[in-house]
Design a protein around this ligand. Structure first.
Ligand code: FES
Length: 135
């Protein structure tokens, strides 16, 4: 339904920042999105998490959000909606390749341009380094 409505709203020039969506959490299976690189689905990557002067290196599965990997490692990390909408988990990706859920990409245009991601909707496709907020 969202895909249909987004196309219809675009036809009548409703700006993206005027459209609100209900949030449902991260997709049950991110690998089902047509543009997800399925050959990466079973991989586990090395995730470097920087916060202030601390740095942890933890495993991160390609098919789950980076925020989940961080929480599993016991690292305190701000989240709220877990759907890519609120920006509480907004963090910088320093290096590495990532995939963003097309239905949960609530980032501002400026954030996309300078490398900020909502880690609850971002998946690693290689070894990745992120810088998160200190809680
Ligand atoms: S927790 Fe809301 S955007 Fe990630």
């Amino acid at each position: 339904m969202y895909r249909y409505l987004e196309a219809e709203l675009a036809k009548i020039n409703v700006p993206e920042n005027r459209i609100r969506r209900e949030v449902f959490g991260s997709p049950k299976d991110i690998t089902l999105f047509p543009d997800y690189p399925k050959e990466k689905a079973g991989n586990v990557y090395r995730l470097t998490v920087r916060r202030g002067v601390h740095e942890d290196i933890i495993p991160a599965k390609a098919n789950e959000p980076i925020a989940v990997a961080i929480e599993r490692a016991g690292i305190l990390f701000p989240t709220d909606c877990r759907s890519g909408a609120c920006g509480f988990c907004r963090s910088r990706v320093i290096s590495g390749e990532v995939y963003v859920s097309p239905e949960n990409d609530g980032r501002r245009k400026e954030d996309k341009e300078v490398g900020y991601y909502h880690l609850c909707a971002t998946y690693p496709l290689s070894d990745v380094t992120v810088k998160i907020a200190i809680v």
